[in-house]
Design a protein around this ligand. Structure first.
Ligand code: SF4
Length: 345
C-alpha cells in the first residue's frame, strides 16, 4: 500500500521508501551522553535506522533533546500521561514524538502537542496498544476493530488541525489482532504504519511471534517501519528485524548466513564461531553469502554456493570459496583467516 512519506530527522519513511528498522533504548537516560551517542552509532552500524527512548520526566526530556542534537540517527521520545513532557521534547528538537491515545488524556492536551509539532515540523506517532485502549473501548471483545477506533479517535484531532505528519501503530501481544488491526487500518488510510507485536516475549518466542505477524503484513505491502519487541538486547531486536525484512524479500543487502546445526560428525564449533563474528557480519552492507559448517565431510560440498565458508578441526581449519579450498590454518587462526578473506570479497 502506498502511504504518505514522512520525514523523521534524516530518515524518510512511507511512500515506498525502504522499511526502517527501529529499536528502543532499554535503560534510564544518564547525563553523561557520550556513551549513549557511541552506542547509537554502533546500533546504526548494525542496521538500526531510528531509536526510541522512554521519557518519564522533564529532566529526561532535556537529556534526550541534548542527545538528539548530536545523534547520527533520528530519535523518538516515548510519552505517556504527561503532554507537557512531549512539549518539552518538541521544543528541544527531538526528531519524533510517540503518544499513546490510551493514556495521553483529553483532546485539548493532544491539540497542544500537535500545535507545537506544527511549529517545529516534528512528526508524531500515535501508538495504539491493545492492552491500554482508551476507557470507552476497553470492554470491547472485537479487539482489532477497537484498536482501529482508538486510532481514529486520535486521527480526528490531527485532521481537525490539518496535521499530516502522523504515523500510526496498532500493536497487540496477540498475533491475529495485530495483523487484523493493521489490515483494516491500511485499507482505510494512507498514513504510514509502524509495525510490531507488543510485549512479544523473550528471544525465541518473541522472534517467532513477530516474524509470523510482520511477514504476513509486509508481504501484503503493509508497513513502513518495524520494531521487534524482545525481552532481550537492542542488538538482537535489530538483527531480528533485519532477518524478517530479508526473509520477506524487503532487504537484499547484507550477509546471508548458512550454518549447519552440528551433529555427531562435527569437528568445528559452528555455534562459538558464529557468536564471535556475528556482530561484524551485521555491519556488512554488501550482498554476501557465508557458510559456517561443522565438518569437512559435508561442509564445503553442501555449502558450495557460498561466497565464503569455513570448517575443519583443530590444526586443520579450511577456508573455502564457492566450494574450493583457498586457505588452511589451525583453530587459533580461524577468525583472522576468515576475516581476511571476507575483506577481499
Ligand atoms: S555439515 Fe557435518 S557437522 Fe554439520 S550437520 Fe552436516 S554432517 Fe553434521
Amino acid at each position: 500500500m502506498k502511504t504518505k512519506s514522512i520525514k523523521i530527522g534524516n530518515q524518510i519513511i512511507g511512500s515506498g521508501f525502504p522499511i526502517a528498522i527501529q529499536t528502543m533504548w532499554k535503560s534510564p537516560l544518564t547525563k553523561d551522553i557520550q556513551p549513549i551517542l557511541l552506542e547509537l552509532k554502533e546500533l546504526n552500524e548494525i542496521g538500526a535506522d531510528i531509536v526510541r527512548f522512554a521519557v518519564p520526566d522533564m529532566d529526561d526530556a532535556v537529556i534526550l533533546s541534548d542527545i538528539s542534537k548530536k545523534s547520527l540517527i533520528p530519535l523518538v521520545a516515548d510519552i505517556h500521561f504527561d503532554y507537557k513532557i512531549a512539549l518539552k521534547c518538541i521544543e528541544g528538537g527531538v526528531h519524533k514524538i510517540r503518544i499513546n491515545p490510551g493514556n495521553i488524556g483529553s483532546s485539548w492536551k493532544v491539540e497542544e502537542v500537535i500545535r507545537a509539532a506544527i511549529d517545529m515540523a516534528t512528526p508524531i506517532r500515535v501508538g495504539v496498544n491493545g492492552g491500554s485502549l482508551p476507557s470507552s473501548l476497553r470492554n470491547r471483545t472485537d479487539l482489532p476493530e477497537a484498536m482501529v477506533e482508538a486510532a481514529e479517535m486520535e486521527l480526528n484531532i490531527f485532521e481537525k488541525l490539518n496535521f499530516k505528519d502522523v504515523v500510526f501503530s496498532l500493536k497487540s501481544s496477540d498475533i491475529d489482532s495485530t495483523v487484523m488491526a493493521n489490515q483494516i487500518f491500511s485499507k482505510k488510510y494512507s498514513y504510514p504504519l509502524h509495525l510490531g507485536v507488543t510485549e512479544a516475549g523473550p528471544l525465541i518466542p518473541g522472534i517467532v511471534k513477530s516474524s509470523i505477524a510482520l511477514n504476513k503484513l509486509i508481504i501484503a505491502g503493509i508497513g513502513d517501519t518495524i520494531r521487534v519487541s524482545l525481552s532481550d538486547t537492542m542488538q538482537n531486536e535489530v538483527f531480528a528485524a533485519r532477518e524478517i525484512l530479508k526473509s520477506s524479500g524487503k532487504e537484499s543487502q547484507g550477509v546471508n548466513i548458512v550454518s549447519c546445526p552440528r551433529c555427531g560428525r562435527a569437528s568445528f564449533n559452528t555455534h562459538e564461531f558464529l557468536l564471535s563474528i556475528e556482530a561484524d557480519l551485521q555491519k556488512i552492507k554488501k550482498n554476501v553469502s557465508i557458510a559456517v559448517m561443522g565438518c569437512i565431510v559435508n561442509g564445503p560440498g553442501e555449502a558450495r554456493h557460498a561466497d565464503l565458508g569455513i570448517t575443519g578441526s583443530g590444526d586443520n581449519i579450511v577456508i573455502f570459496k564457492k566450494g574450493e579450498i583457498v586457505g588452511k590454518g589451525d583453530s587459533s587462526q580461524a577468525a583472522a583467516m576468515f576475516t581476511k578473506e571476507l575483506e577481499k570479497i
